[in-house]
Every structure is written in C-alpha cells, then in structure tokens.
Design a protein around this ligand. Structure first.
Ligand SMILES: Nc1ncnc2c1ncn2[C@@H]1O[C@H](COP(=O)(O)OP(=O)(O)OP(=O)(O)O)[C@@H](O)[C@H]1O
Length: 458
C-alpha cells in the first residue's frame, strides 16, 4: 500500500480517482489547493507517515503545481511527483520535468495509464540521484548493441550527434550537453561514459533541478556529522561516489552561486572539502553537464559563473529536438511500440495511416519522452494489432486543427469567438474549477476540456 497525495481541485474527478486508487490498496489524501497540500506535506512528515508519491493537477485555484513543486524541492523534499495536465498544458508539464517532476500524464486520465505511471513512480525511491555501474565498452561497436533500450537513429543530424559522442568519449574532457527537455541528454551522457576509459567505474547522475539550495553542496561534496542541523552522521557526497567514473549533472543552471564556486574548485584542483570538514579529499571524476537553457546568456547576466561555464565547456554537444530528426521518427516509433508491447503485454503490430499522419504533423514539444509516453498510452489502450486514432488523446488530434479566424461576416467564427469569451469568463469566475465551470456552462467536463484546448485558453 502506498501513501499518496492527490492535489486536484475538481472534486468529482478527485473522488473518482481516490476511490479507484483506494480499491487498488492505496491510501489517498486529497487536497484541492496548494495551501492545503503544503500543510498536508508538513503534517505527513511530523506524523512519521510521509507520502510515497505526489500526484499533482497542473492548475489549482491558488497557483500552479510546477511552482509548488519547485518550492517542495527547494525545501529538500524529493518524493516522486507527477503532473496531471490537459493536453493543452503539455508544454508546461514538460517544463515541470526540469523542476523535479518524474513524469506527466495528460487528461482525461485513463485508469490503467495512471496505475502504470504510479507503479513507475513508486519504483523511484529517490528521484534526484542514481548511481549505475555501466557495462564495459567495446571499441567500435554500435551503442545500441550495448544498450538495447536505446537507438541512435539514421538521420544526418543523429549520425553527427553520435560521431561527436564517439569522438569525445575516450578523452577526459568535460562536456556540456545542450538540448530541449526529453531529447535524450542523459542517454547521451551515459553513452559517453560507456565508451570512455572510465566505463568500469560508476556513472552517477544528479538532477540539480530537484536539489534544494540548502542541501545541494552537501549532496555533491558530502558533510561531516553536526555540520548543520539535520547532519546526524557523516555523509559521502556524489563527487566521491563517482570517483574513478563520470558525474552527470543534469539541469546544471539550477545550481546556486556558492555551489558553483565549490564545483569550479573541484574541477580545477580535483579536490573536494566536505561541508564542516577541513580535510581535502582527492577525487578523480569526469564531469558531464546538461542544460536546456542558454547557459552562455546566464553567464553573461551573472546568474551562472563565467569561469565555470568555460571550464565545463571543453566540448559541446547539441542533442536535436525530435521535430528535427526527420527520418528517425518512424524508427523511434517502432522502438517505443516494441518496448511498450513487452512492458504491457500487448501485441500492437503497427499504427494506422491516420495515427502516423498525426505523429508526423505534431511538433513534439516533449521530444522523445513525450513520444514514449504517447506510445505507451496508445499501446495500452489498443486491444487490436493496429493502433488507431481512438487510442490517441482527442486533444492531440484537435491541436492539429487551425483555430478559426473571425472575419466579421463568418457566423460560425463569430459564434466561436463568443463561446471562447464565455468559457474564459466562467473559468475565471470559478477560479478554474473545471467541474463547476462545466456545470455553469451546461456542458460535460470532457467537452469543456475539448473547448479549452480548441480555443487555446490559458
Ligand atoms: N536514443 C534513445 N533511444 C531510445 N529512447 C531514448 C533515447 N534517448 C532518450 N530516450 C528516452 O527518452 C526519454 C528522455 O530521455 P532523457 O531523460 O535522456 O532526456 P533528457 O534530455 O535528459 O531529459 P530532461 O531534459 O528532462 O532531463 C527517456 O524515457 C529515454 O528512455
């Protein structure tokens, strides 16, 4: 049984979800505002019964859950969290991944999909750090031979990407990996490690987006017992854990200024000093950093140290967004379908022509992660061998349609403009409680979600 926090302001929906999850043996606490959720988090810790997973609706009456999650993470809480969002907000949900969300699912939430994502979240005991001993590299072999979970793609841009990976891997250079969320930056970092001389050593990945400002230094460099309140015993930092291997710092732009100074010193002198200690510890670590923001701009505005940026930027690799990987798309689709078939015990052999058309037209703001998620859902909902449009989120299909433009004499467009204004007005009145809005507008919730998406209502 897991202890779950469900943050959802739509009471009908939250009741439905908590009953469903309760039937699956979970204990669910429902909160409808960020304020209540903050209190629930504190109480759960005080009572010694912390939550195992946070399930967060994106829009709440008193704010959005991405800002909430940012705060939770900076308070040092690393409970796995996922965001539930309308398809309309997918881009925002994708950004939530940089603030410590483990995943997102699009509404309307399908029960089986929810259980699947929940199961994955429960397996994540710690979302911020993972230490993996990589298998030894074999010179010249294709990367996917060493890790069947990953493929390289055949487009020109992908070939160039992996050419750079092979080029820099055997050196000991620091690498900065740039790319939008979900493009596969961590995978590229692992590939560099696997093909390096350090491949028998550890690969330690840290998500700097989910480290609290206060604890980031201790997480990286370790601490001595009593160094600060809560430091009950000596702790080894991730730099030491990665000794002899590779340290991957994801979302490095999130590190505070004082930690950046310590990091620079560690890179230059290959020495770290745990918090509260006077002892210098020698470390032999290769650093790979990833970011999806323009660190050079952050460096020029002073948010990111210029000297650290240049120290890290010995080699730069840009991972292309999925929409620019052209002929790779069908290859990735096939790969994710095979993976989902295996994981979910399904037998989807192909996607219908219409589904392929939608996939080709869509711009995939969440990149490979989004493609993987959409395909998992598609496979989960397809009982037949050919997956059809029915198994795609309706909003994904409607998002392809251009919004109607009002021309003044076009009656339909005028009606739609009026309808959009009315929906916006009612949503504001009920502080974005969609159940209440749907009731007042005399439509069902599904239709409301559809119209919010159609009219691009923020
Ligand atoms: N080459 C690949 N082949 C197959 N799957 C991939 C590949 N690259 C990435 N993925 C999948 O895409 C998802 C996102 O990958 P990854 O976490 O590496 O992206 P990221 O750019 O580091 O994301 P973020 O910016 O959110 O940290 C993962 O589910 C991963 O398994």
């Amino acid at each position: 049984m897991a202890h779950l926090l469900l943050l959802e302001d739509d009471t009908t929906f939250s009741k439905l979800l908590s009953t469903f999850l309760g039937k699956h043996g979970h204990k669910v606490q429902v909160c409808s505002t960020l304020k209540d959720a903050k209190t629930a988090l504190v109480n759960s810790l005080d009572e010694g019964s912390p939550f195992d997973v946070l399930m967060l609706d994106y829009r709440l009456p008193d704010g959005n859950s991405v800002d909430f999650l940012k705060q939770v993470r900076s308070d040092g809480n690393r409970t796995p969290a996922f965001i539930m969002t309308s398809f309309h907000d997918v881009r925002t949900a994708v950004n939530a991944m940089q603030n410590g969300a483990f995943d997102y699912i699009t509404k309307p939430v399908h029960p089986e999909e929810l259980l699947m994502v929940l199961g994955e979240a429960l397996q994540k005991s710690d979302t911020s750090t993972s230490i993996k001993m990589a298998s030894p590299a074999k010179g010249g072999k294709k990367l996917e031979k060493q890790s069947s979970d990953f493929i390289e793609g055949k487009s020109k841009i992908s070939k160039q990407l992996y050419e750079y990976v092979r080029l820099v891997a055997p050196t000991d250079m620091s690498v900065i990996i740039l790319g939008e969320s979900g493009t596969g930056k961590e995978h590229v970092a692992k590939s560099i490690h696997r093909l390096s001389k350090r491949s028998n050593g550890p690969f330690v990945a840290i998500d700097c987006g989910s480290l609290s400002k206060d604890l980031a230094a201790s997480e990286l460099f370790g601490h001595k017992k009593g160094a600060f309140t809560g430091a009950l015993m000596d702790k080894i930092g991730q730099f030491e854990a990665a000794d002899g291997g590779t340290l991957f710092l994801d979302e490095i732009g999130n590190l505070g200024y004082d930690v950046q100074i310590k990091l620079l010193r560690a890179l230059q002198e290959r020495i770290i000093v745990p918090i509260g200690s006077t002892q210098h510890v020698k470390v032999d670590v290769r650093l790979i950093a990833a970011t999806n923001e323009d660190l050079m701009t952050s460096a020029s505005t002073g948010d990111f140290r210029d000297d650290l940026y240049h120290r890290l930027n010995e080699f730069k690799i840009e991972v292309p967004p999925l929409r620019k990987r052209g002929e790779d798309l069908p290859i990735f689709i096939q790969h994710f379908v095979d993976k989902a078939n295996e994981e979910l015990d399904r037998n989807v052999q192909s996607l219908s022509k219409e589904v392929m058309e939608v996939f080709q037209k869509y711009d995939w703001p969440g990149n490979l992660r989004e493609l993987n998620n959409v395909i998992k859902r598609l496979v989960l909902l397809s009982k037949e061998e050919i997956a059809t449009l029915n198994a795609l989120p309706a909003e994904m299909i409607t998002s392809m349609e251009e919004p109607q433009k009002s021309t003044g004499s076009d009656l339909k467009a005028l009606q739609e403009t009026h309808e959009k204004e009315m929906i916006e007005k009612v949503l504001q009145e009920v502080r974005y409680n969609k159940s209440k809005a749907a009731k007042l507008l005399n439509i069902d919730r599904k239709t409301l979600y559809y119209k919010i998406e159609k009219y691009h209502i923020e």
